[in-house]
Structures are given as structure tokens and as C-alpha cells.
Ligand binder design. Sequence first.
Ligand code: Z16
Length: 827
Amino acid sequence: MNSHNKKTEHYFTKPGVANIGLTKEDIKTSFLEKLFYSLGRIPVVATKNDFYTSLALTVRDRVFRKYVKSLEQYAEEDARGVAYLSAEYLPGPHLGNNLLNLEIVEETREALAEFNLDLDELLKEEVEPGLGNGGLGRLASCYMDSLATLGIPSIAYGIRYEFGIFKQEIQDGWQVESTDKWLQKGNTWEIVRPEISFEVKFGGHTEHSRDGNYKLHIEWIPDSEIKGTAYDTPILGYQSNSITLRLWKAEATESFDFAAYNLGEYYRAVEKKMRSENITKVLYPNDENLSGKELRLKQQYFFVCCSLQDIIRLHLLQGRKLETLHEKFTIQLNDTHPSIAVAELMRLLLDVHQMGWEEAWKVTKSTFAYTNHTLLPEALEKWPVNLLRNLLPRHLELIYEINSRFITEIREHDFTGEQISRMSLIDDRGEPTIRMAHLATVGSYKVNGVSALHSGLLKEEVLKDFAQLWPEKFTNVTNGITHRRFLAVSNPRLAGLISEKIGKEWLTNLDKLKGLESFANDEYFRRKWMEVKLENKKNLAAQIKELTGIEINPEMLIDVQVKRIHEYKRQHLKVLHILSLYMQIKKDGQKDIPPTAFIFAGKAAPGYFMAKRIIKLITAVGDFINNDPEVNETLKVIFLPNFSVKLAQHVYPGADLSEQISMAGKEASGTGNMKFALNGALTVGTLDGANVEIREEVGEENFFLFGLTTEEVAERKKAGYHPYKIYSENEKLKRVVDFLLSEELTKGNTELFRSIYDNLLNQDPYLLLQDYQSYVDQMENVYEIWQDSQKWAQMSIINVANMGKFSSDRSIKDYCEKIWKVKAVKA
Ligand code: Z16
């Protein structure tokens, strides 16, 4: 970001410089040029993927034009900026989004049509970067979109995993994982920056010595060293600005080559090289559970170390002193995954840049801010002290020092001994571990949760002692989603209808959707609304057919739960409800249940036994119901394999009902809930995460609520929860739960779902049986309203009209005001 005075526009207007205009003719010319000169192909032998690549290259040129201009503007204004550190990103396919942001969707469609090519077919060719597990990674990508659109000077740092989240197949009803080789056909959207690379050290020991003036010098003598190289992807915002996604790839350092002075050494060097490149090989597929694996910690340190060195490089490049780092940069820690950054920045300032402790600590804790994404105890990261000692001995020393100064500080307040040991960065009740959330909290100037409810619970529970110590450090920023990808790009029919009615301003100001509300009572508009939904449902039905072979009638109520599979998210509660309907039809002879297709999708962490079993349960119930002619006109149960951003973009537009049924207090926010509602689905849900705020916005009469509240859950558990009692007192629930062990469902393998059955009757930690009746009752209400299609459409319009708050543009503005104190550059 070296600033110079020449205006970028100048380069592009020189005669002889490539044509990068935006008209249909410009696009046609570029497309052919790319096919011939970049790929060496002629149309008759070109594959669909060649055409995709030619188009992507065509679009990339235009992206770069804007990107370079935008970078130049950030440099010129020399403004305070944001570095977003995240171990995960889920950007989804780039092409469609870039076309929207360049405002050339129609021009491109027409250009391709003249070559007898269909834009939608080429869009399907793109392989998406699956560099995240779920909500957290997708949130980071929504934020990139908004940062770019709003023109906030920022860089997003992460890891360029060679293999992303595993590919999920369903075999015999079970999840089977395979490697995601997303780079196999190349990646048009990234550019390698070999000149931006940094060394990262591991292992070894530290040496303490005093110089002639008795000043302490600490040197870290590592036992291995690797290199991280930057791979940049431009993230275009809507219309004007853009930002950089900078992902680090691990490589061996040059010294490996020099060490090869004989054959034995050469092979040792090759092995070492391979081992070092392992660091960025694969994403750990756990969402709300820590893996505790050494390689995972190496990944975290690796990307943090490269990113901080890069930030310091950029800062010094502008001729500034490190003492002012926090004035020019704010660094957001996306969960605790990058929290080793607190110790790493201290190391860089103290050991490499010779700053004193007081000053370094001041800079550090004025630079970082930390977002927490979960309250689940099993998801809170802790690293064994022994592991840190082996891998990052200097960092362990620094963490001990940070901790001892912190403990000294809190001893001056009236905290009890118990509180002090609870707050310590070190947990030494068993094997000593470092509590990474505490390190992040102590080392940051702000800590935020991701919904009002979650931020409140953070202050009252997980970090309550810290909130008592530093009340002003804690804040909330409710998550948001980019409505450009999740409405404009993925649901062009609804987006078109909305723009027809209220204009296109909602693309940059989602609050404008409010203008739709008055049309909720307009019968003609409601009809148009329902027509759009039906078309989207037909499209989803076609996807379902393609992926599973199962046909559904698009007129059915499409009831969807898509998200990672986790017990707290209670996919099995949905299954119990489906079985209750089955019983009503089969055993009670009920005839008036509206035809419903239940759609599930989501990945289970490969080592999560119960989650994998829940997938098998869903598919078993599907097999059983879909093949029973007595019920399969009314009920269909479908598990869509390999949920991804790409698939999600087909699912949300076609959904009628959104299932957000986690046990209250467990889902930090949820973001799928927002995507569904934005696409006109109604929500059945608990008072959990952002559901609370969605219900507030759309009005309680337009939201299907059930279940205990967070407080009631706590009371219920305190009073002693006995699921068996609920089971034995509710005849209809009992027959549903018993069915889990039936010969029919399990095809004779009656032990198949024993673990689920036993868990529900004995522990039921997520209160499925407790919430069951309330859920089933609320679903009755859903069905009643569904029969009144005018009423349903009206509620759907009101839902969409009130989604303004959930734009990630609003979230990013909140971050800018409440946390970052960063301003947009002039467009
Ligand atoms: C994740 O996706 C989330 C939390 C977490 O600790 C780890 C991962 Cl990989 C999710 C939350 O479960 C979800 O409620 C939230 O909406 C999302 O992060 C974004 O904040």
C-alpha cells in the first residue's frame, strides 16, 4: 500500500491497454481472447470448464480494475484500518457475486447467449472455497462483502487450506467423508504474492542473558522454521470499493535447499519440506468442539505470525513508529482461534523491535478486539501448557508473565480467591492448560458476543468475572448476512419483484425493505409474491431430484433445517415431530395433514458419534416414510448431501418454513435464520440467539414460537430434569420415541438408534422431551396458517419487510462505531 500520486485511472485509459469495458461487446471480445490466449482453446474443443475459466478471467480483469483503484484510494487517504483475523472463511462461488457487484449480469448473459452459452450453466462450474466449517466462516465472508461495499480500509487474513471442509456423501444412509480438492482445476480468483512472505519459527528453547548495561535479552532459538506466502483474492464490494482476502500458504524456507550437500541430507531436506507444507494442508472439520491437535495450534500460530508481521510491515512502510500501531490498525480476533496473536504481538514488539514491556502491553491491548461465538464449554479452546512449551516456548513465558501481572492487578480489587483462580489464564485443576478465551479477553480492548442474548449470557456466565472487572469492555454486535449474495444473487426472482415495487436502493440500504410492508395487504402483490416462491420451489425440487433422485411436489410445504449437525441444534427433535405426523396418519387415521417435504442438510464432525447417528436416523426415517405409499403423498423426508454455500443459495429461496429449534441459550446467534427470513420463509423457533431479535423485528404474531426460555431451561435443570417422566406421561410422545427401536424403522437392526433412545430417556441434556409438546402444538398452528395461503403470504411479506436489521452492512457499521472507530473512505 505504498502511496504515490498518480491516479490509477490513467493506466487504464492508455491506448493499447487491454479492453476492459463493461458492454456486451467488450465482454464478448474479452471472453474469446481469454479462451484463445490464456487457455489456448478454440470453441469446438473447449469444455464447459474452459468456458467457465474464460468467463472468470474476463470478469477478473474488471474486478482488478476496481480493486486496484480502491487500494489506491485507501493508500491516499492513509486512514485507520481493520485487520480481520479468522482461521475460517466460506466465500462461496465468486463469479455470480462479482457480476452483481460490477453490475454486468445482463450484459454477460447476453454476451454468452451469442455464443450459445448459458450463464447459469457456467456459474455451476465454479468450485467454491470451503475454507470453513459453518456459521463462523460464512459470517467472516459476509463481513468481507460489507467491508468492501462500505469502503472500510481492511485486510482479511486467514489460511489457504489446500483441502477445505470434507466432501460429504451419503452411503447406505451414513455420512462418508472424502477430501475436498478445491484447487484441482485451478483458482482463477487468487494471485500469489511471492514477494510477501514471512518466516515462522517453531520449537526449541529460549536463552536469557544480560548485556553490559544489565538489560535483559531474550532469544528464542527455534528448532524449525517455515515460510508463509501470501495468496490474495480481491473481494469486490457493490459498485465501488473492494478489500483484500490474504491467505497464507506454508512452504519450506530456502535454507532447506542449501542444506542439501549430500544425498542423505537431500532426502532429509525433502522430508522436512513436506512436513512443513503440511501445516496448511487441511481444515480441521470440528465446529463446536476443539480438536486439541498439535497441528491445529501450528496452523493458528502460523497464520497469526505471518499476518502480524505483514501488518507491522505495512505500518512501518508508511514511515510510522510501532508505538502508534493501535492508532492505525485495529485487529479483530474472530473467536479464540487467532488468540495466540496477543502473545505473538508482545513477542514481536519486545524481542524483535526492542520495545519495553509497559509500552508493548499498552499497544497490544489497544490493538486487539475479540469476538466470542459460543458458550458451549466443550468448544472453548484450551491448550496444554506442555504442548505450548514444546511448540512455542517463548510464547508460554510471555503468557505466564501476562498472567502474573494480571493476577497482581486483580488482587488490588476485591475478588475472592476463587474468582482469581477462575479468571487466571492458566487452568491447573488437572493437566495445566491455557484458557485462550481469557488470553483474548485480557489482551483486547473490546469483547463482543454475536447476538443480544448471547452477549448478555457472556457477561453473566462465561466471562462474568471479567465483566465485573471491566464492564465497559463488553459489548454486543448482532450478526448479519450479506443481502446481496443471499437475496440479489441467489434469488433474482424475488429481488426483481422487490425492486419493481420499491426500487433498487435496498441493495445498499436494507432498511428500505420496510417499504414492502404496506403491500402485505395488497392481494395482487401477494399473488405475485406466491408465484415467485412457487418458481423458486420448483427450482429447489429440481435440485433435490438431481441430488437424491427423490421427487417432490413443489406445492408441498417445504420445511427446512440446514446447518451443522449437533445435538444442541436438535435435528432429532424435528425427527420426533415427523414421526408424530407419521403416527397420526398411520395409527390415528388423520387425513388433514398438509403435504410437507422435510429437508435436512448439514455436515457432522467426523469424530462426533451422536451427530453421525442423527444423520443415519434422518435417512432411515426418510427411507421408511418415502417408501410407504400410505404416507408418502403427504410426507417426504430428504437429506441433501454436502451442504455448501452454493447449495444453500438454492435452498433458502425455495423454503417456506425455517427450523431454528436449538435449546435456548445454546445457539450464539445463528445466521441461517436470517437468510431464510430474508427469502420469505416463516420461522418456527425457540428464543435462542438472534431468533429473539428476528421475532422482535417481525412481530410476535409473525413468528412461530415454542419451547422454554434460557431462564426456564436453567430453572428446569436446577430443579432436576427427568425426561423419563415426561416420556411415560405422554402417550403420543412415548409411541414416537419407542418407534426408534422398532423393527420397521431399523429393518431389524433394533440396536441402531439405541444410543439416541437411551440418551433421550436418561439424560436428554438438550431438553428435547421437555420441549416436544410445545413444538408439536406450535406446528399444528403452522399447518393451520399454511392452509390459508393469503395469510401465509402476508406474514411472509411482513417478515421480509422487517429484515433490514440483519444486513451485515448494519453489523459492520456497528463494529465501526462501537469497536473499531474506523471510517469509510470517500467513494
Ligand atoms: C461456528 O460456526 C460457530 C461458533 C463456534 O464456536 C465455532 C464455529 Cl465453527 C457459530 C455459532 O454456532 C453460531 O450460532 C453463530 O451464528 C456463528 O458462529 C457466527 O457467529
